[in-house]
Design a protein around this ligand. Structure first.
Ligand code: F6P
Ligand code: MG
Length: 430
């Protein structure tokens, strides 16, 4: 357990940060090694003969990385020519000054250690000649997509019905927010064995989970959008996306419905520039999903219809896929204004920003162990480019904005409530 108001770190041995750095991160590296061993021939087919030697080298480097982690070695400066490398190295210098020692896995902040691991994995491929674009999590993302197609089909049917009813019915706010919220359960870095919802019907599931939303301030977010719609303003919604596959699909369903009901005129989806936290969305994952959905035109014509609608939104410049280095830097969001002023200004133009998922929540809260009753607004530490909302299933031991006694009452019901992803939050700062 981390003392209150401290930054989470693996130096606290009873915290989830410690479990993650000790157990979960080495497993991620091992899984990448296993994939390279198992799929060697396929990778050579795709990336060329030179990959044959390089796969071996890369595997050696991953074993070394795992050893560095497990023996708590100092971090290193990055050496690739990625556009984000100067920012990473400046962060390293800054942390070294601040901590009075070179950052190490079990001493520095959890967010830095975890982001650094994904960045080192990326760097290893960047420094090769033949595997520069290799995504070690592509296969898992694709498999996860396939296992959630049935759930997408059910949601897709529902969403198309709503889309047809616009102008007649009110915006299905309660369902759509829950669909996007609980979509966050579908991530591949889940702590407790990746259990997905038991029911494959996402609409039934969200009903079962309705008393698991510990804070629901969604009314405030609808008010912002409705007020904007009344004034016939252009309404930009920024969605800071999280995981590819079902969650992204659900987010796009929400976005499409918001546009159809005139609660948004422009949507910008912010995605990652590199493989990140296993299942986070990259631009290519979005396009891959769109193509896959089209392939279901016989079995599930509604999925193909949705994919076509989304393509059109992009072509008509109603929707944008936005990429940028900041989202894969270790900075927490209160540092955005100084670390990436342009991005902060861009987000400031939005009517509403929706932050999806647990990692975004950690960054919103400055990776800090607030008292559970601390207000969301204080916990943001000045980060307020525009009205914002977080849709998060709870998978890490930090939280804020609860009522007195609520944390204790939830812990009494479920000991691991902070890490299982079974509870959720919708918190708003206006
Ligand atoms: O369980 C914790 C964790 O693996 C964190 O590392 C990270 O914050 C999160 O899960 C990833 O979840 P999400 O995809 O919701 O950001
Ligand atoms: Mg994620």
């Amino acid at each position: 357990v981390t003392p209150t108001n401290e930054v989470l770190s693996a130096k606290y041995k009873r915290s989830f940060a410690y479990i993650t750095v000790r157990d979960r991160l080495p497993i991620t590296i091992t899984n990448v090694i296993d994939l390279l061993v198992r799929d060697k021939d396929k990778i050579i087919d795709e990336f060329g003969e030179l990959a044959k030697e390089e796969i071996k080298e890369v595997i050696g480097q991953f074993s070394k990385l795992k050893n560095e982690l497990q023996t708590n070695k100092p971090f290193q400066l990055l050496t690739s020519d990625g556009s984000d490398v100067p920012a990473w190295n400046a962060y390293y210098e800054r942390e070294t000054d601040r901590e009075g020692e070179v950052p190490r896995w079990f001493r520095t902040s959890w967010i830095y250690a975890e982001c650094y691991m994904y960045r080192r994995i990326r760097e290893t491929f960047e420094l090769s000649s033949s595997l520069k674009t290799f995504d070690p999590f592509r296969k898992s993302k694709e498999e996860a997509f396939h296992s959630s197609v049935d759930a997408m089909a059910i949601l897709g049917d529902y969403v198309l019905q709503q889309l047809q009813a616009h102008g007649v019915k009110r915006f299905p706010s309660s369902e759509m927010k829950k669909v996007a919220l609980w979509g966050n359960q579908y991530d591949l870095s889940r702590p407790v064995g990746s259990e997905l919802p038991e029911e494959n019907d996402p609409l039934k599931n969200i009903q079962l989970l309705s008393d698991h939303v510990l804070v629901d301030e969604s009314e405030k977010m609808w008010s912002v959008l409705e007020a904007a719609a009344k004034h016939r303003e252009s309404i930009t919604i920024d969605i800071v996306a999280d995981n590819a596959g079902y969650e992204l699909f659900a987010d796009m369903c929400l976005a499409d419905t918001l546009c159809a009901f005139s609660l948004a005129t422009k949507i910008r989806f912010y995605v990652k520039t590199m493989p990140w936290f296993i299942s986070d969305t990259m631009e290519k994952d979005f396009h891959w999903m769109r193509h896959k959905l089209l392939e279901f035109s016989n079995e599930y014509p509604n999925l193909a219809d949705l994919a076509n609608r989304w393509e059109e939104h992009l072509n008509l410049k109603k929707w944008y896929i936005e990429v940028g280095d900041f989202w894969t830097l270790p900075h927490v969001y209160s540092e955005m204004k100084t670390a990436d002023h342009q991005l902060y200004d861009k987000l400031s133009d939005a009517t509403l920003i929706i932050f999806k998922g647990d990692l975004n929540y950690r960054k919103l809260l400055g990776e800090t162990n607030w008292a559970p009753t601390e207000s969301f607004s204080n916990a943001l530490q000045g980060f307020h480019p525009a009205p914002l909302v977080t849709l998060r299933t709870i998978k890490a031991d930090l939280i804020c904005g609860l009522k007195p006694g609520q944390a204790e009452a939830t812990a009494a019901k479920s000991e691991k409530w902070l890490i299982t992803g079974d509870y959720a939050l919708i918190q708003f700062d206006g």
